[in-house]
Design a protein around this ligand. Structure first.
Ligand code: AMP
Ligand code: ZN
Length: 473
């Protein structure tokens, strides 16, 4: 199939034409959430942009298989194998078992994704399901000399690789800063950059989840899970691996090290990384404790899809700063947009030529390193253009397969709650205002008249303490 798509590949540090291993097919992997707490809207920015990438690939014609892991074991609070186990920390905080915490926050994660119209990947696999695969891979790494046992743990030996820092020209020292806020030297490591594949000498006596292994009872490191889960479902070759930029080092660097060591060939061709969402205090992170969630936005009256719209307005390779002021502006822009689309008359002839022309412009924007704000500009241009309503409506419906912000259903969804269409709703509200004014002027006869006019149209109004309410008769 013709390759139109190009995007930035962290591996080559260039915007590259996308050529999958198998024509027309895409094997895609996403690092899933660590389920010890709710996802914050920063995490969800990454998942929204990865969802956009997947949907764009499908839209331009690829058959995508996307796999995601759920990190329910092994992720320590410092990415450099030190600190507390994040899951254990969550369980202690809530006085529950690790598995209870994992189940609760996995469900919460997918509930948030659903509110943001993020498609669930084709395969979702929790790390605790794949212990046998992890052990088999680690055994192979020991056999081939890429891993060693020291002090009861199994480590990957990074000195055995021709190149370890595949993503960066930085030196080891520079890279280790940042991941090592809580520096704690592990004397078992032969090289500073070596990392744990399997822990048996856990520093936590109360580590809940442990499994038998050839090296003793223990649990896996974080990095090995993504290598094994992706190979289990996508095989030896992968096209695109996604994650937030904080995953580049050490997580993705270590994934490549162990995967290519075990496979003996290049593993993944394209690395797609989403930049961070920041608030005024800097990068949003779960460990900060106080963070923004989808539920919090909802409790403040925001539509989660307005947050998605906000993310789509900026490029995935730029840091994005969150503020309520911007979200307020986005809310009114979004509402105007969906209202405008709701007034389009769906019935009528679709101008196929115009449809193809705008669809091509939309695809071109997204195929150009996922320029989502440009894709939204194409949407606005199309709505302004001199083409039939039916064509506009069909295009909005089509673009929403990728943008997923309920362009054609948002307004209807509002009115299904009330059971009337947008035009009728506007009429009712206008009449209610008119009646209020009449009552204020003590013109009760006119107020009653308005009540009857509405009743004739099948609408009952009630005066309540919270104000005037209406419903269908
Ligand atoms: P975690 O649940 O911590 O494993 O992170 C889930 C995903 O969110 C990973 O892909 C991270 O790289 C990404 N992520 C973490 N913090 C942010 C942030 N502030 N903005 C965008 N993505 C983030
Ligand atoms: Zn991962």
């Amino acid at each position: 199939m013709e390759n139109k798509m190009q995007f930035y590949n962290t591996l080559s540090k260039k915007v590259e034409k996308f050529i999958p291993n198998e024509d027309g097919k895409v094997a895609m992997y996403t690092c899933g959430p660590t389920v010890y707490h709710f996802a914050h809207i920063g995490n969800l920015r990454s998942y929204i942009m990865e969802d956009l990438l997947e949907k764009t690939l499908r839209y331009v014609g690829y058959d995508v298989k996307r796999v995601m892991n759920i990190t329910d074991v092994g992720h320590l609070s410092s990415d450099a194998d030190t600190g507390e186990d994040k899951m254990l920390k969550g369980a202690k905080r809530e006085k529950k078992s690790v598995m209870e915490i994992a189940k609760f926050y996995t469900d919460a994660f997918f509930a948030d994704c659903a509110k943001l119209n993020i498609k669930t990947p084709d395969v979702v696999e929790p790390a605790t399901n794949c212990i046998t695969e992890f052990i088999a891979t680690i055994e192979k790494l020991i056999e081939t000399g890429f891993a060693y046992e020291a002090g009861g743990n199994i480590y990957f030996d990074t000195s055995k690789l021709q190149e370890y820092y595949v993503f960066s020209n930085q030196n080891e020292k520079e890279l280790l800063v940042g991941v090592r806020e809580d520096v704690e030297e592990d004397e078992n490591k032969r090289n500073k950059s070596d990392f744990v594949l399997w822990f048996t000498k856990s520093k936590f006596d109360d580590q809940e989840l442990k499994w038998e292994s050839p090296w003793g009872i223990g649990y896996p490191g974080w990095h090995i899970e993504c290598s094994c889960i992706s190979m289990k479902h996508l095989g030896e070759y992968m096209d695109i691996h996604c994650g937030g930029i904080d995953n580049i080092f050490p997580h993705h660097t270590n994934e490549i090290a162990q995967s290519e060591a075990v496979l003996g060939h290049k593993w993944c061709n394209y690395w797609f990384h989403v930049h961070h969402l920041n608030d005024k205090a800097g990068k949003m992170s779960k460990s900060k404790g106080d963070f923004l969630t989808v539920s919090l936005l909802e409790s403040k009256g925001y539509n989660p899809l307005v947050y998605r719209f906000f993310c789509l307005q900026s490029h995935y390779r730029k840091p994005l700063e969150f503020s309520y002021e911007v979200l307020d502006n986005m809310t009114s822009t979004y509402e105007k947009l969906v209202k405008r689309i709701s007034t389009l008359k769906k019935e009528g002839k679709i101008d196929q030529e115009k449809f193809a022309q705008y669809r091509e412009q939309f695809e071109a924007a997204l195929s150009n390193d996922l320029n989502s704000s440009m894709a939204i500009t194409v949407l606005y241009d199309m709505l302004k253009a001199d083409i039939s309503d039916a064509t506009k409506y069909a295009l909005a419906e089509s673009f929403d397969e990728v943008l997923s912000i309920n362009l054609t259903t948002a307004v209807q969804a509002e009115t299904t709650d009330t059971g009337v269409d947008a035009e009728m709703e506007a009429y009712i509200l206008e009449k209610i205002e008119e009646r209020k004014a009449a009552k204020k002027e003590k013109n009760f006869a006119r107020a009653d008249e308005i009540r009857n006019e509405l009743l004739e149209k099948g609408i009952i109004i009630e005066d309540t303490r919270e104000g005037v309410k209406w419903k269908k008769a």
